[in-house]
Design a protein around this ligand. Structure first.
Ligand code: SF4
Ligand code: F3S
Length: 103
């Protein structure tokens, strides 16, 4: 699953689709972690979609990631500022790709 200490263990390399990008990033195979309060490890996400369906405040959007070995689209936490820390997405993701830090 996603490293819950990614903010300490990786570097912020920039921003894409409105959220922080945490490296290493080497597209299309390696995409890193996206978002900070709501963080999705794009290299683990396999486009299950449960997070998009279940988030009560629609934090996530699909973004296309052609050429990534796990899936050709990912759940981007575009509206992470709207998150109400319900933790549903963390619970439903089958591969533990999401970390929400209510701190
Ligand atoms: Fe949405 Fe709840 Fe996940 Fe926040 S913790 S992104 S509100 S499902
Ligand atoms: Fe991806 Fe998990 Fe959502 S696999 S689409 S982050 S439920």
């Amino acid at each position: 699953g996603i490293d819950p200490n990614f903010e300490r263990n990786s570097e912020r390399t920039g921003e894409e689709h409105g959220v922080d990008v945490w490296g290493p990033v080497e597209p299309p195979e390696t995409l890193g972690i996206r978002g900070t309060h709501v963080a999705v490890d794009f290299d683990i996400c396999l486009a299950d979609g449960a997070c998009l369906e279940d988030c009560p405040v629609d934090v996530f959007d699909w973004v296309d990631t052609p050429g990534h070995p796990e899936s050709d689209r990912k759940a981007n936490p575009t509206d992470e500022d709207q998150c109400i820390d319900c933790m549903l997405c963390v619970d439903v993701c089958p591969v533990d790709a999401i970390d929400v830090d209510p701190g």
